[in-house]
Write a protein that binds this ligand. Structure first.
Ligand code: NDP
Length: 491
């Protein structure tokens, strides 16, 4: 991008992209792999957010009255259109996040397609609760719940899996008859804007999907979540921001769904299949440069296999290929920003001060001129830390993990549950009884056995403790994005 010819990423309100006005504010979209701006983003001010909420309110009546079959057909067409423009979506996601092109293809954009198709299926097949109530004298009453859309939903999403998380919320919200005002992270505005084109072409009426770009406090994020015209907020992001948004929404008592941070554990038992476990751990620690809320940052390993697991994981970490996201052989991209790299480096320094042994990584790599300005970090593994240490207690959100030994199953469960977070865990064992037992004992929303991040979109997703409030996915999404009115008829 040159200063003379910026590629604009614009707000989308009431079915139209809004051209930036001369006096309006804007900011650069930065490619994290190079540190260079690749587009200029129009920042939505409070009046524009108000227009977006008003447009969503206006569109709500007609869209919610549209037959479910028609609504789900719009979703299916959207999935087809994302597939037709697959490479464009991949390019936009890679430019904003710096993630490897293979990951953007296989995970982010593929899941966006699946989100639209799956939630079209789920909503099309949804029934409703009904009960026949016994009354004296052999008479009955019929109770049935009519589910109505929640209304105008604010959708706030982070930068790590921008399109995946956006469509995870927008697809069920629209399928249930809601309209949405979306605020993507300021780091990753591109695919939310592209999705506006796709949804319009798929036949979604003007005003049902609006995108406002900007930051959090004092910007679009705050304007959306504090707007009196919002009927509910679905938020994915950090625990601190989530708690703040919860406070801002509280005076108006609106339904909220919060998918927040994690500090996830893996538990490796001595009978685990070593190769499969190492492959799984490598993915769970380093996928998306450790920037997945589900990523493992605590690896508890039975003492009898500790050395084997540590050696194997180090070998795999060293074989990861950092480099240009556009190179199909690249496995690992940069962190999202220099600010985030500063945060992760702070934990690397702290671990050093606490006496951690660095098995591999621990610094910032030099990759060559064109990537010198990027926010790169080395995949890092530590031993020598305990659950009392901050790098083991706080979410780092980078390609780092602490390996900690245990001696008994009870000790492993206690160590894994000794956290304020409660998002996900993975258990590695060939003993199925142990697998079920330990997986169920985890105080988390999602527990995997011999795998990680294997998702069925019909199953509930979310966390406990500092990891969030409520669940989405399958029936849980239908519950969040609708409000029931129970009707009782004496027969
Ligand atoms: P943040 O909490 O910083 O931001 C999340 C979103 O909220 C962004 O769009 C942000 O805008 C916006 N925001 C910030 N402040 C406010 C405000 N005052 N009012 C309204 N909106 C606001 O999270 P990150 O983007 O840094 O994402 C990383 C975090 O997300 C990690 O903690 C990770 O664990 C979590 N996460 C959780 C998942 C889950 O399902 N549980 C899944 C993926 C990530 P802007 O970016 O423009 O400031």
């Amino acid at each position: 991008m040159t200063a003379q010819t910026p590629r604009w990423i614009r707000n989308f309100v009431d079915g139209h992209f809004i051209d930036p006005d001369d006096g309006g504010k804007s900011f650069d979209a930065i490619d994290p792999a190079t540190g260079l701006a690749h587009a200029r983003v129009h920042e939505a001010d409070a009046p524009l957010v108000d227009r977006a909420v008003t447009a969503a309110r206006k569109a709500l009546g007609p869209w919610s009255a549209t037959a479910v079959r028609e609504r789900t057909e719009v979703l299916r067409r959207a999935a087809d259109l994302i597939e037709a423009r697959f490479d464009e979506f991949v390019a936009a996601e890679v430019a904003d996040t710096g993630k490897p092109v293979a990951l953007a293809r296989d995970l982010d954009v593929a899941r966006a397609v699946a989100n639209f198709r799956t939630f079209a299926d789920i909503v099309a097949a949804a029934g409703q609760e009904s009960f026949l109530t016994d009354l004296p004298g052999g008479r009955h009453a019929l109770n049935y719940a009519v589910r109505k859309p929640l209304g105008v939903v604010a959708v706030i999403v982070p930068w790590n899996l921008p399109l995946l998380l956006l469509t995870w919320k927008v697809a069920p919200a629209l399928a249930c008859g809601n309209t949405v005002v979306v605020k993507p992270s300021e780091e990753t505005p591109g695919t939310a804007a592209l999705l506006a084109e796709v949804l319009a072409e798929a036949g979604l009426p003007a005003g049902a999907y609006n995108v406002v770009h900007g930051f959090g406090g004092g910007s679009a994020g705050e304007y959306v979540t504090t707007h009196p015209g919002i009927d509910g907020v679905t938020f994915t992001g950090s625990t601190a921001t989530g708690a703040h948004v919860m406070r801002t929404v509280a005076p108006r008592v609106r339904p909220v769904s919060f998918e927040l941070g994690g500090k996830n554990a893996a538990l490796v038992f001595p009978d685990a299949d070593l190769e499969e476990t190492l492959d799984g751990l490598t993915r769970s620690v380093f996928a998306n440069t450790g920037q997945v809320c589900l990523c493992t940052e605590r690896v508890y390993v039975h003492r009898s296999v500790f050395a084997d697991v540590a050696d194997g994981l180090v070998e795999r970490a060293r074989s990861l290929r950092l480099g240009s996201p556009l190179d199909p052989a690249t496995t690992t991209g940069p962190l999202i920003s220099q600010a985030h790299r500063q945060k992760v480096r702070g934990y690397l320094d702290l671990a050093g001060e606490l006496g951690a042994k660095v098995l591999t990584g621990g610094g910032t790599p030099a990759l060559g001129t064109e990537l010198d300005g990027g926010s790169w970090i080395e995949p890092t593994l530590w031993t020598g830390l305990t659950n009392a240490d901050r790098p083991v207690r706080e979410e780092i959100f980078g390609p780092v993990a602490a390996l900690i030994p245990f001696d008994t199953e009870d000790e492993a469960v206690a160590l894994a549950n000794d956290t304020d977070y409660g998002l996900a865990a993975s258990v590695w064992t060939r003993d199925l009884r142990r697998g079920h037992r330990v997986a169920q004992a985890m105080n988390v929303g999602m527990s995997w056995v011999n795998t990680w991040f294997l998702r069925d979109l019909r199953s509930p997703f979310g966390g406990v403790g500092l990891s969030g409030l409520g669940r989405e996915g399958g029936a849980s999404s239908l519950h969040f994005y609708t409000e029931p009115t129970n009707v009782c008829v004496q027969l």
